[in-house]
Design a protein around this ligand. Structure first.
Ligand code: NAD
Ligand code: AKB
Length: 317
């Protein structure tokens, strides 16, 4: 049985990945960590939890050693919009924290390490529709810059030290359980909460903004599939493109209106528009499909049906 450590476990993805890992490996074998304890209502709060700041290498070292950890899912990060507000923090957490996790994993011979990358690694010079697997990586955000660094240093540990490190370039993740933590794709989640709770939403990107997105069940499926893949089949390590769906903000609003006819969406683009404009519209994920059999299960309409059903239930609407 694996002994698993999850950093950033209280976040949008960690809070749903942790229960999925506990189902596979047993609750007591999956140690959730974050800088603050999630409130009791969050998913995944039923098992072991430790406070850990990934910038504190000694703390990560003692957790990995004391708890006999052999697998790490490193989900702690500062996302794009928060990263632009505080670039130094984004660098310290995303690059410094990842360097700490990798070094401890090397010292303690941890068997397998996962670290997400993002569509934020791409920049305005990358072909946009689709973004190829191997292409120009010149992002314009500090977040994107830290994610390119993360991919490269993860690959370095594979080749230099033989550590098994894996990672995906997640698109914007849409989910109903834990709100997103300060990204540019957050509008694609906020719109559902506002549609259900107030029937109106003011979107912070233009209606014609198209970005790659993915529903949370596919995000968890892709993560576990890459971690289960035979290492010998992988020609890449920390940078797999994975596609779910692509749509414009106005196509998403129209899908929600299909289920909530009175829903009204307005548009007031802010600083996040420039970030969205620097990212691709879609991703070429043929390598993930060929090497570890990636296939998404949700498209725009099945994702919207499920999101609306879950949030209606949650808010009694
Ligand atoms: P999130 O912001 O919801 O969660 C991140 C978690 O990290 C939070 O719970 C936060 O408390 C924690 N954290 C912040 N600083 C920390 C520190 N110093 N030490 C320990 N924990 C700290 O983010 P998320 O959406 O769950 O993202 C998880 C990973 O997936 C990140 O690497 C992110 O870059 C990547 N990703 C997410 C998306 C998305 O749409 N959600 C898309 C692409 C990539
Ligand atoms: C963000 O918008 O910052 C994240 C991401 C795509 O990495 N959701």
């Amino acid at each position: 049985m694996q002994r698993v450590l999850v950093t950033g476990a209280g976040g949008q993805i960690g809070s749903e990945l942790t229960p999925a890992l506990r189902k596979r490996h047993g609750t007591s074998n999956v140690i959730a960590t974050d800088i603050r304890r999630p409130d009791g209502a969050s998913p995944g709060t039923e098992g072991p939890f430790e406070i850990a700041d990934v910038r504190d290498r000694e703390r990560i070292r003692s957790l990995v050693g004391d708890l006999r950890i052999d697998t790490i899912y490193h989900m702690a990060a500062i996302l794009s919009a928060t990263g632009e507000a505080n670039p130094q923090l984004a660098w310290d957490v995303n690059v410094g924290g990842w360097a700490n996790v990798l070094e401890v994993a090397r010292e303690r011979s941890v068997g397998r390490v996962f670290c997400p990358s993002s569509i934020a690694v791409f920049g305005p010079e990358t072909p946009r529709d689709p973004a190829p697997q191997l292409t120009v990586l010149r992002p314009t955000t500090m977040y994107g810059l830290t994610k390119v660094t993360g991919e490269l240093v993860g690959d370095y540990y594979v080749h230099r030290y033989g550590l098994d490190v894996r990672g995906l370039r997640y698109p914007g993740i849409i989910s109903s359980e834990t709100p997103p933590g300060g990204g540019t794709t957050d509008y694609a989640v906020d719109i559902f909460y506002q549609a259900i709770q107030s029937g109106r939403y003011t979107c912070f990107v233009r209606p014609d903004t198209v970005l790659p997105m993915m529903y949370m069940p596919d995000c968890i499926k892709a993560t576990l599939a890459l971690m289960d893949a035979d290492f010998k089949r992988l020609s890449h390590h920390c940078d797999y493109n994975v596609a779910g769906m692509s749509f414009s903000a106005e196509e998403l609003a129209a899908e929600i209106k299909r289920l909530i006819p009175s829903f009204a969406c307005e548009y007031a683009p802010d600083f996040r528009q420039a970030i969205a404009d620097s990212w691709p519209k879609s991703l070429d994920d043929r390598l993930a499909r060929d090497e570890w059999d990636w296939r998404p299960s949700f498209d725009l309409s099945t994702m919207t049906d499920d999101m609306v059903k879950r949030l209606r239930k949650r808010f009694g609407k």
